[in-house]
Write a protein that binds this ligand. Structure first.
Ligand code: DP6
Length: 404
């Protein structure tokens, strides 16, 4: 933090992406440090479509640390927020002790303001983008560098993977202090430019059981989860990294679907069971398998997190037809104008043969809309000051980021 004007808050704004796991994280071996029982792998989604924006202001005039989330002041004493703040300040202190003259403002309080451009807690990994953005912005403000994924992990496990772009693995590590439980980039976003992601937003309501408590019960009760963590995921991680490196879509797609299915099987094996998929999710699963069967080729894959929204992976050349299939079997409310957001999708006509091959009963309004996106980069500093969510005095501007 440069100190040219001591009374003026130092302000920095950053953005961070959402990520979708294709090998899922589910279960902790340490609740406080957020250490997982298995490694995981994800695709970072492009921030042009889905992102969190966070502004951090530091000033010696601020009385206390404060936080505003999506327009509302929140309690900053939440232990996970406190872990992230504490760790960044610790690193900044270390830098100062090592003689870096830039690391000032250490005793000053921070104001943090954050917004998502997508519905919070709709199963779209908002905590991942949120904590990644918080940690990245705080690090910028306090002049801290290096692999910060271990700090983002202490906000929310999946957040560590949002600290990098492209294809990212979270190595579970085995140290008790968690120092080796970090995220690393496997390949950058430019590695597989044909890969496309479609988020099928089935329901924008709050999810029934949050990931944190859901996975706690799974660890306590599911033998399938134990087997998965010990015997299935270690092999799958290697296979998935290999499929990504070779850009082998059928291998990537099959592993993605099997891993999503096994994660939801562990939820059903949890006692009492947890259900994240609904009838729309099931219909999407059938639709994908029937579509692939029609072409005798794995062209499309699905993945579901702790909610009913499907995330579809496919290659660019199949997007227009698959989107049309979704629109046909989930007829939207409107004439389809607002049904597709994000990257533009060309309209194509569906053959009667394909409709017959899928052969499902249409579910009107089952899917609210589709977000069409692709892999993207990790967190960024926003250079344009108009993106600041805090005004020059360090208090929230009244403007809200437009929702997609
Ligand atoms: C199903 O990272 O939200 O999305 O670490 O308790 O904050 P906490 O959980 P969280 O769990 C994400 C679970 C998942 C799978 C995944 O992203 O790997």
């Amino acid at each position: 933090m440069p100190e040219d004007n001591a009374d003026k808050p130092y302000i920095v704004t950053c953005t961070a992406p959402v990520n979708i796991a294709v090998i899922k994280y589910w279960g902790k071996r340490d609740e406080d440090l957020i250490l997982p029982i298995n490694s995981s792998l994800s695709v970072t989604l492009h921030q042009d479509q889905l992102k969190t924006t966070t502004t951090v202001a530091i000033s010696r005039l601020f009385k206390e640390d404060r936080l505003w989330l999506n327009g509302k002041e929140e309690d900053i004493t939440h232990p996970r927020l406190q872990s992230c703040l504490r760790e960044i300040r610790r690193l900044a202190r270390k830098r100062r002790n090592d003689g870096d003259p830039d690391s000032t403002g250490l005793s000053h309080k921070v104001h943090i303001c954050s917004v998502n451009n997508f519905p919070t807690a709709a199963g779209l990994a908002s905590s991942a983008a949120g904590f990644a953005c918080l940690v990245y912005s705080l690090a910028q403000a306090f002049g801290v560098e290096g692999n910060l994924s271990g700090i983002a992990r202490q906000g929310s496990g999946s957040a560590c993977r949002s600290m990098h772009g492209g294809f990212v693995q979270w190595i579970m590590g085995n140290r008790e202090d968690g120092k080796d439980s970090v995220a690393q980039q496997v390949e950058p976003e430019s590695h597989w430019p044909e890969l496309r992601v479609l988020v099928l937003v089935a329901c924008a309501e709050r999810k029934p059981i949050g990931s944190t408590s859901g996975m706690q019960t799974s660890v306590q009760t599911s033998l399938l989860l134990k087997h998965r963590a010990e015997s299935v995921v270690p092999c799958r991680m290697g296979e998935m990294i290999d499929a990504v490196r070779r850009k082998d879509f059928p291998a990537f797609a099959e592993l993605t679907m099997k891993d999503s299915n096994q994660f939801h099987a562990t939820c059903l094996d949890t006692y009492p069971p947890i259900f994240y998929l609904n009838s729309v999710s099931q219909q999407v699963i059938h639709l994908v398998h029937r579509y692939n069967r029609h072409y005798s080729e794995t062209r499309v894959a699905y993945s579901f997190d702790a909610g009913p929204n499907a995330v579809i992976f496919t290659l660019q050349q199949h997007v227009p037809e698959f989107v049309q299939v979704v629109q046909h079997f989930f007829p939207p409310d409107t004439n389809g104008e607002d049904f597709i957001k994000g990257l533009p999708v060309r309209h194509v006509a569906l053959s009667e043969e394909l409709k017959r091959a899928v052969g499902l009963e249409p579910m009107p309004k089952g899917i609210n809309y589709i977000i069409s996106t692709k892999a993207g980069p990790g967190p960024r500093v926003a250079d344009d000051p108009s993106q600041n969510l805090l005004s020059a005095d360090g208090f929230p501007k009244e403007t809200k980021a437009p929702l997609i």
